[in-house]
Write a protein that binds this ligand. Structure first.
Ligand code: SPD
Length: 315
């Protein structure tokens, strides 16, 4: 379905974009996609739409792909941008290499969410890794990504990857204690199917699934919009993870406020200094676009307002 050009209002039925009662009311009007949600009240980033390539409704959410004028193809879930071809590297590389370059010789890695495959693509750069499990709740996200985002979903081609379609919370509960060196939680926002991935019981399950000195990196929203959410995550993680607990961030122009953060924690065991990477990535097969050791360390430098809140929760 082609989006309208010029001034015509094209009423694209995003099925309310709120299949999970999250009140997102994103829309495509006059050829522009505007991302509207109570999670960023009073503002909406817009992208010019050239063509809507896919619209579907899975058991869990509305799924849309459109060709934008300036950011390549865009994947939208329940009215919220998950990735664009142009800036996905800033998110997928950082959420993956911040944890994996902070420990030596990671072997077993679990990805929760991340159905588009971008985090898998990045994990597969780590040659020490022997097993990559991914638990994604929505098969439609996997299928649509393979069809429209082959450069992202290429991660599925790694023979070390085992895909589990199901609920990440239930999957983690069933994982034997101490299984993984690293868990990466690539979730959508905490309204809709990902809500439980931001709650304390989930972090407890992650901690149990990690070996001593193992690491987790979770999507942890924006310092400009969600300090209240970040405060709760930090407080919960401080109670659960007895190693390091640090917040890092990156720029992603098409995410609300243009930035997004990560919560990095390690379990009791060999100490982990997240701010100083211990390994480098072999880029000979495919160069990195965003991550490097300097930006790794810089990602932990926080603006004063965020630093104050996060440090206050750290004691
Ligand atoms: N506000 C949107 C946050 C989306 C984070 N997850 C993106 C998935 C990309 N692999």
């Amino acid at each position: 379905m082609a989006a309208g050009e010029g001034n015509g209002v094209v009423p694209v039925e995003m099925e309310g974009a709120n299949s999970n009662n999250n009140n997102n009311i994103s829309s495509v009007i006059s050829g522009w996609f505007s991302e509207i949600s109570p999670m960023w009240p009073g503002e909406a980033h817009s992208l010019k739409v050239e063509e809507i390539l896919f619209q579907g409704k899975s058991e869990y959410q509305n799924v849309m792909v459109f060709q934008s004028a300036t950011y390549g193809k865009v994947l939208v879930l329940d009215g919220v941008i998950q990735l664009t071809e142009r800036d996905e590297c800033a998110y997928q590389e950082m959420i993956t290499h911040l944890p994996l370059c902070s420990i030596s010789n990671p072997k077993k890695v679990l990805v929760i969410g991340g159905g588009d495959g971008g985090v898998l693509r990045e994990v597969s750069r780590h040659s020490t890794v022997e097993q990559i499990d991914i638990c994604e709740i929505d098969k439609m996200v996997v299928d649509v990504s393979k069809q429209f985002f082959p450069e992202v979903a290429i991660g599925y081609e790694d023979p070390r990857v085992k895909l589990h379609i199901g609920d990440g919370v239930a999957f983690l509960k069933a994982v034997p204690e101490g299984t993984y060196d690293a868990v990466i939680v690539d979730s959508s926002d905490p309204i809709g199917p990902a809500q439980e991935l931001f709650e304390k019981p989930f972090f407890k399950s992650v901690s149990k699934a990690l070996r001593p000195g193992g690491v987790v990196c979770t999507q942890a929203e924006s310092i400009w919009l969600h300090m209240h959410i970040i405060e709760d995550i930090v407080a919960n993680c401080r109670q659960i993870f007895k190693g390091s607990v640090n917040y890092a961030w990156t720029t992603v122009p098409t995410y609300p406020s243009g930035v997004i953060g990560f919560m990095l924690c390690s379990t009791d065991g060999a100490p982990v200094d997240f701010k100083h990477p211990v390994s480098q990535i072999d880029e000979s097969a495919r160069p990195l676009k965003f991550y490097n050791p300097e930006i790794h360390t810089a990602a932990f430098c926080l603006p004063t307002f965020a630093k104050k809140v996060i440090e206050a929760k750290s004691v």
